[in-house]
Design a protein around this ligand. Structure first.
Ligand SMILES: [Zn+2]
Length: 317
C-alpha cells in the first residue's frame, strides 16, 4: 500500500542479525533466508508487514519479488525505504550470483518504490508502466515531503525516486535467460494510474502488485470502475499462484482475486445507493463498505478514504 506503517525496531534488529547469520551460512547456496522465501524454483518473495508505514517498520509493508534466470535476475518492487531496498539487494546476493538486470516497479506508491535507489547500478534497467514517469513527477514531491514526518529525515535522505527507462505500453516480455517475464500495463485508473503486473511464465507465479490484496483491505487510489473493469482480463492470465501486493501469503490463481473483487463491488454498490438516495458524502462514508469490516485488516485505516474516493468518482456518473 502506501502511506503508513508499525512495529519494527526490535524485529528489524533481529532480522538484521539473523540475516547476517543466514548470509554467512547460506551465501549463494539457495538455502533458507530470513528476508525472502522461495516460492518456486528461482522465484523468491519478501512478505512485507500488513501494517501502515511507521518509523519502526521503515515502510517494509509491501511484498517484493526476485526472479532468477540462467543469465540474469530481476526484482519486483523495492519496498518503502532505502533500508528495505538494501535488504532486498542483500537477499538477492545471497540467493544468486547472476547480475541484476531489471528493477520492475508495479506502480508509483512509496511502499513499492522508495527502495529503488538502493538497487541502482550500471547495467540495471528500471521498468514501469508508461504512466509511471508522469505519476512520479506528479506525486513524487508530495510523497518525499509527507514521508519525512513518518520515516525521519535520515531515512528520507537516502530515498531517491528513479524514473524508469524501459516503459511498458501494453505488454512486454523480458528474458532473464530461459526465463521469461510477461509484463502487462493495465489501463488506468485502477488501484493507481500506473498498475503493472509481472507473470513468471515458467512457474505460473503472478506478481499482481496492488491490483490484488489479501487480508489487507484494498486501497483505491485510482478508480473503482477501472479496477473492476480489468479484473476479468487479469483473471485470464495463465497463472497458477498469485503474490498479492499486500498480505503475507501466496494464493491460487484466479480464485484469489475474489476477495478484492467483492470488496470493490461492495463499495461501488453502497456508494451508488447512497448517491441515489441523496445521502451527503459526510454521512455516506459511515455506511459505504461497512459489511466488509470484519473481513479485512486495516479496514478502519482505509475504508473511509476509499468510500470518499468512490463516492466522488461515482457522484456524477
Ligand atoms: Zn502498496
Amino acid at each position: 500500500m502506501q502511506w503508513d506503517l508499525s512495529g519494527f525496531i526490535v524485529r528489524f534488529a533481529i532480522g538484521l542479525l539473523s540475516f547476517y547469520l543466514a548470509g554467512a551460512t547460506f551465501a549463494f547456496a539457495g538455502g533458507p533466508d530470513s528476508f525472502v522465501e522461495q516460492v518456486a524454483g528461482g522465484t523468491y518473495v519478501h512478505f512485507g508487514e500488513v501494517s501502515l508505514t511507521t518509523k519502526q517498520n521503515m515502510g517494509d509493508i509491501a511484498n517484493l519479488g526476485i526472479v532468477v534466470g540462467k543469465e540474469a535476475a530481476a526484482v519486483i518492487d523495492t519496498g518503502g525505504s532505502a533500508v528495505t531496498g538494501t535488504a532486498l539487494l542483500a537477499a538477492l546476493r545471497r540467493v544468486t550470483d547472476k547480475p541484476l538486470l531489471y528493477v520492475i516497479n508495479t506502480h508509483e506508491h512509496p511502499d513499492h518504490i522508495f527502495g529503488d535507489a538502493a538497487l541502482e547500478a550500471p547495467g540495471v534497467v528500471f521498468v514501469g508502466h508508461h504512466n509511471l514517469p508522469a505519476s512520479i513527477r506528479a506525486h513524487g514531491p508530495f510523497y518525499m515531503h509527507a514521508f519525512r514526518d513518518i520515516l525521519g529525515a535520515d531515512a528520507m535522505d537516502a530515498v531517491r525516486l528513479v524514473t524508469p527507462s524501459l516503459l511498458v505500453n501494453a505488454t512486454t516480455e523480458l528474458d532473464l535467460g530461459d526465463r521469461k517475464l510477461r509484463l502487462t500495463a493495465w489501463p488506468p485508473p485502477a488501484h493507481s494510474d500506473c498498475d503493472l503486473t509481472v507473470l513468471d511464465e515458467q512457474t505460473g507465479i503472478l506478481f499482481a502488485g496492488d491490483l490484488v490484496f489479501l487480508d489487507h483491505v484494498p486501497v483505491v487510489d485510482g478508480g473503482v470502475k477501472g479496477w473492476l473493469a480489468l479484473l476479468d482480463g487479469l483473471s485470464s492470465l495463465p497463472a497458477t499462484v498469485v503474490v498479492p501486493g499486500h498480505g503475507r501469503r501466496v494464493a491460487p490463481w484466479p480464485e484469489a482475486v475474489a476477495d478484492t473483487r467483492r470488496y470493490l463491488l461492495t463499495i461501488q454498490r453502497d456508494a451508488r445507493t447512497a448517491i441515489a438516495a441523496g445521502v451527503p458524502l459526510a454521512r455516506a462514508v459511515d455506511t459505504i463498505g461497512m459489511s466488509e469490516q470484519d473481513r479485512w485488516r486495516l479496514f478502519d485505516d482505509y475504508n473511509r478514504r476509499n468510500a470518499t474516493s468512490v463516492f466522488s468518482e461515482l457522484e456524477w456518473e
